[in-house]
Ligand binder design. Structure first.
Ligand SMILES: NC(=O)C1=CN([C@@H]2O[C@H](COP(=O)(O)OP(=O)(O)OC[C@H]3O[C@@H](n4cnc5c(N)ncnc54)[C@H](OP(=O)(O)O)[C@@H]3O)[C@@H](O)[C@H]2O)C=CC1
Ligand SMILES: CC(C)CCC[C@@H](C)[C@H]1CC[C@H]2[C@@H]3C(=O)C=C4C[C@@H](O)CC[C@]4(C)[C@H]3CC[C@]12C
Length: 306
């Protein structure tokens, strides 16, 4: 009820002239966020590893009407680089209004293979670099009473199969940033923290890695990107996108966690080759999970109306 009845006084004008860093902006949701921000007239500083892709995104941002657009290329495996990106914003703009933390390093979609080094590297890229950027950006964000937007996943709220290292990094984000939110409130620091809980989104990389293995239909990256910007600008605590599926999942997690786990497993199909290797007989059966979530959604709306 809360998520559906929250006031929505968003206007694209809210982003005009704002100074925004978007990480992981060379493709997927980050690239789409850059285009929305450009259209809204923001200053954007984009970050990823691939310079050629970033160059193209910057050019498109300028065509779309960005107040200014530039990029820094490098890898977030190294926290020194995370600090460098924020310093670039400081040197160019002398301040910062919004920090959108969105990048992720590559991880496999398969049984956990016992590679502890991979988990350590992924924690550095997906989690520690978010902490390092926040630490460096905080003085500027305090000054502007700005916003931190953290892009996470339903995999950061509930475990799913074949994504153990990735899921761990997303759970870490919620622990760190929800603790920080308390401290900001205790200390009267007016910097908002928005945690974005996303379901399956149709980015090229996600479609490449898991489209054959997930029964649920993906949601559009363009709309997802806009919702992230909107929730950050409105200083919301959490975004659920797509709303009915994610909110339904989280409600079910509280009420019947085993049932949720069953629904998640039934939405993930493993290739026959891997199933055979593991000696598992048949593939997981399809399940009416989406209907269960829709039913939750209807109950919520009805209760809200009452
Ligand atoms: N797509 C989905 O289904 C879902 C996505 N999400 C979340 O949404 C966010 C965006 O995902 P999505 O758009 O699909 O991902 P993409 O793979 O499309 O984009 C990832 C971005 O991160 C950059 N990147 C990769 N490795 C590094 C690195 N080591 N250092 C710096 N940048 C790096 C990539 O560029 P380059 O390779 O040039 O460095 C790219 O710009 C992530 O936080 C993800 O967890 C959450 C739930 C579902
Ligand atoms: C019950 C169902 C409706 C929902 C099941 C949700 C599961 C299957 C959904 C929710 C979150 C999704 C993952 C995610 O967060 C991000 C990425 C990174 C990307 O590069 C590759 C795909 C991957 C691993 C997604 C795979 C599918 C996941 C696990």
């Amino acid at each position: 009820v809360y998520f559906y009845s929250a006031p929505d006084n968003f206007s694209e004008e809210m982003l005009r002239g704002k100074r925004v860093i978007v990480t992981g902006a060379s493709s997927g949701i980050g690239e789409q966020m850059a285009y929305h921000l450009a259209r809204m007239g923001a200053h954007v500083l984009l970050m990823a590893r691939t310079e050629a892709k970033l160059q193209k995104v910057v050019e498109r941002c300028l065509e779309l009407g960005a107040a200014s657009a530039r990029f820094v290329s490098g890898s977030m495996e190294n926290t020194a680089f995370a600090e460098e990106v924020v310093k670039e914003a400081e040197n160019t703009w002398g301040g910062l209004d919004m920090l959108i933390l969105n990048h992720i390093g590559y991880s496999y979609f398969n049984y956990f293979d016992g590679d502890v080094e991979h988990v350590r590297k992924l924690l550095e890229t997906n989690f520690l670099s978010y902490v390092a950027m926040t630490v460096t950006a905080l003085p500027m964000l305090k000054e502007s009473e700005g916003s931190i937007v953290v892009v996470s996943s339903v995999a950061g709220k509930a475990g799913g199969p074949f994504i153990a290292p990735y899921s761990a990094t997303k759970f870490a984000l919620e622990g760190f940033f929800s603790s920080l939110r308390h401290e900001f409130i205790i200390d009267n620091v007016n910097v908002s923290i928005t945690l974005c809980i996303l379901g399956f989104i149709d980015t090229d990389s996600a479609m490449r890695v898991v489209s054959h293995a997930i029964r649920a239909a993906p949601s559009p990256k363009e709309e997802c990107a806009l919702e992230i910007i909107r929730s950050g600008a409105l200083r919301q605590r959490e975004l659920h996108y797509p709303p009915s599926i994610v909110t339904g999942m989280l409600l079910l997690r509280g009420l019947a966690p085993d049932l949720l786990d069953t629904l998640i497993r039934s939405n993930v199909i493993k290739s026959t080759r891997l199933e055979a290797q593991r000696g598992l007989g048949s593939m997981l059966r399809p399940c009416a999970s989406l209907h269960v979530f829709s039913a939750f959604h209807c109950i919520l709306l009805k209760e809200g109306m009452k």
